[in-house]
Design a binder for this molecule. Structure first.
Ligand SMILES: Cc1ncc(C[n+]2csc(CCOP(=O)(O)OP(=O)(O)O)c2C)c(N)n1
Ligand SMILES: [Mg+2]
Length: 598
């Protein structure tokens, strides 16, 4: 005996899932549960959707986030009702803050079982609050042609909303009545041709509704006006913060060269590494701008900023200090400007903006910089800083976190993905990671800067990887590692390849750089938080190969072995939090001396 409810669930959820695939969704991360059965079974039975099972919703959500980030396309996520859905929260927050398209599906009790003591039932309406771009309380399953058309449209619309700038998470809450195991059902014999279309979808795999979007552009007048300002600037500076588009590097580099602007490349800008024209590229600003005279001398008279807020504190201080220069921010939809110093915000696609500005400047293809010395001055400072930093770190006998990032970068092959955790790993990559022409993609959870879910996000990106993105290496602190050890299971379950470098300073190293470090009595208990964990048994538990790297050479060998091998590799590198601060200060002093001498 089958009831109307289970038949309805099959046709209705079948239409929804069918349309999800037609909208281009390819991957669904699922955590187990009963209430989500109609969706879970229909997705698992679908011929093209790939199911990624996870046992823990928090890790599942971060894994989906990493996949969506890696692929630049919406990835779906499904769980049962109750606290399961609440465990998606941190990843939803990161997706919203960082602009990553996610389709979050939560199963729920039907209305009559809510607020009435039914098991595993919580209020899931707008569960993620302002962090979901769009929330829909989905209609209960039904097989009327109207509801089937609704289910098809909803899938297409949800995928489009998640992807549309600014990309982000969409939350669909699905109420289901029992029985939950769907049973195949066919259209009624008297169904009209139009009704049959609602049951079966449009012919040839066409989506029910195609959603068309286009990159936003400036008006020609605005492009001319800004190009005139850029062309007139004698000391223009372009700063690129974290952003995911690898194809932005070439046009932005061309724009920088066309106007003779130094191009400051954040480690997550997809500009620091790559085969684009690198002549305007500046990658050692973090150390250089700590030097007072240099920061004063390199005053820009016009700043164009693209991408998110940059990682480097000295760079942000430098931009604040020279705030009399006009500051133009380019971002398709966001407002990445916490200094409130911007003189103009251009809401347009950055690649389009580059093309428009280049066209308005009337620059022919290969234009060298004008040579009034401004860009050359930056290049000279950059190379002096690089030499001083590299010489200084190479001379160190003891383990140094700053150098470890340089070692990891040096050990990567010509194509690779580097995932870096907040907070010291990304800062050290910024300061010590020298750019070059290798195709190294850098990813990080920099939307909300959480140290949670980093392992899972990186594994999701590894799962989304392919020959063009190369092997994935994650660099993570010990506390961030502890936060998401659960996430390691996905590597085993899904046979993923990843090398994890754990920089183990037995606590939160970042805090030793902050004013809190002066608080002698409570610092270790409240901020340093040593835990004494050894990561070797963690590697054993999750089937990873493990090495404890004692020095720079061993670290390089460990990473090199990881990126050429299969499966999960864990390389632990131990450092001392107190020495770490002193070693960073010594490195800045070495740079200062080199810049003083020059
Ligand atoms: C979820 C979350 N909790 C707390 C913080 C605050 N926080 C920032 S860095 C940090 C310590 C990180 O320690 P570790 O991962 O070992 O990196 P290290 O600073 O030692 O390099 C903490 C607790 C955060 N960013 N995110
Ligand atoms: Mg630490």
């Amino acid at each position: 005996m089958t009831s109307t409810a289970d038949r309805a669930a099959f046709a209705y959820i079948g239409a929804f899932v069918d349309e999800l695939a037609r909208a281009g969704v390819r991957h669904v991360c699922i955590a187990p549960g009963s209430r989500s059965t109609p969706l879970a079974l229909t997705i698992a039975r679908h011929p093209t959707l790939r199911t990624w099972m996870h046992l823990d919703e928090r890790s599942a959500a971060f894994f989906a986030l990493g996949m969506a980030r890696g692929l630049g396309e919406p990835v779906a996520l499904l769980c049962t009702s109750g606290t399961a859905a609440a465990n998606f929260f941190p990843a939803v927050v990161e997706a919203r803050s960082a602009g990553v398209p996610l389709l979050v599906f939560t199963a729920d009790r039907p209305p009559e079982l809510r607020d009435a003591g039914a098991a595993q039932t919580i209020d899931q309406q707008h569960l993620y609050g302002v962090h979901a771009k769009w929330f829909v309380e989905v209609a209960l399953p039904d097989t009327t042609p109207e509801l089937l058309r609704y289910a098809r449209t909803l899938a297409a619309r949800a995928a489009a909303v998640a992807e549309m700038a600014p990309s982000g998470p969409v939350h669909l809450n699905f109420p289901f009545r029992e029985p939950l195991v769907p049973v195949p059902v066919t259209p009624p014999d008297d169904a009209s041709a139009a009704d049959l279309l609602a049951w079966r979808g449009r012919p040839n795999g066409e989506p029910w509704v195609r959603v068309t979007t286009a990159p936003t552009r400036m008006s020609d007048g605005d492009a001319r006006r800004i190009a005139t300002q850029l062309g007139a600037a004698r000391r223009p500076l372009i700063v690129c913060g974290p952003q995911p588009d690898e194809a932005l590097a070439a046009p932005l580099a061309a724009l920088a060269l066309a106007i003779g602007a130094p191009l400051i490349a954040d480690p997550v800008s997809q500009l620091r590494w790559g085969t684009h024209d690198r002549r305007a590229l500046i990658d050692r600003y973090d150390a250089a701008l700590r030097h007072e005279r240099t920061a004063a001398a390199l005053a820009p008279d016009f700043v164009l900023r693209v991408g998110g807020v940059t990682t480097s504190r000295p760079l942000m201080d430098f931009l604040r200090r020279h705030s009399s220069a006009p500051l133009v921010i380019v971002d398709a939809a966001r407002w990445p400007e916490p200094t409130h110093l911007a003189t103009e915000v251009v809401h347009a696609d950055p690649r389009e903006v580059c093309a428009q500005l280049l066209a308005a400047l009337g620059v022919p293809g290969e234009a060298p910089w004008s040579g009034d010395g401004w860009l050359d001055e930056w290049r000279r400072v950059n190379s002096l800083t690089a030499d001083a930093l590299d010489r200084h770190t190479a001379s160190l006998a003891e383990p140094f976190e700053g150098r470890s990032l340089a070692d990891v970068v040096a050990s990567l092959p010509s194509t690779a993905t580097l995932f870096v955790s907040s907070s010291m790993p990304i800062r050290d990559l910024d300061a010590f990671g020298a750019g070059d022409a290798r195709r190294i993609r850098v990813l990080a959870n920099r939307g909300a800067n959480g140290i949670d879910g980093v392992v899972s996000t990186a594994l999701g990106a590894a799962a989304a990887g392919h020959a063009e993105t190369g092997p994935l290496v994650l660099v993570i602190g010990d506390i961030a590692m502890y936060h998401d050890m659960n996430g390691l299971l996905a590597a085993k379950r899904h046979s993923l390849d990843m090398t994890v470098v754990v920089l183990n300073n037995d606590g939160g190293g970042i805090f030793s750089f902050l004013p809190q470090a002066a608080e002698r009595t409570h610092f270790e208990a409240l901020f340093g938080t040593p835990h004494g964990l050894d990561f070797a048994p963690v590697a054993e538990m999750y089937g990873a190969r493990y090495v404890l790297a004692a020095d720079s050479g061993a670290l390089r060998r460990g990473v090199a072995a990881g990126v050429t091998g299969r499966g999960l590799h864990l390389v632990e590198f131990r450092t001392d939090r107190v020495r770490n601060v002193a070693l960073h200060r010594e490195a800045w002093s070495a740079v200062g001396r080199a810049l003083d001498d020059a």
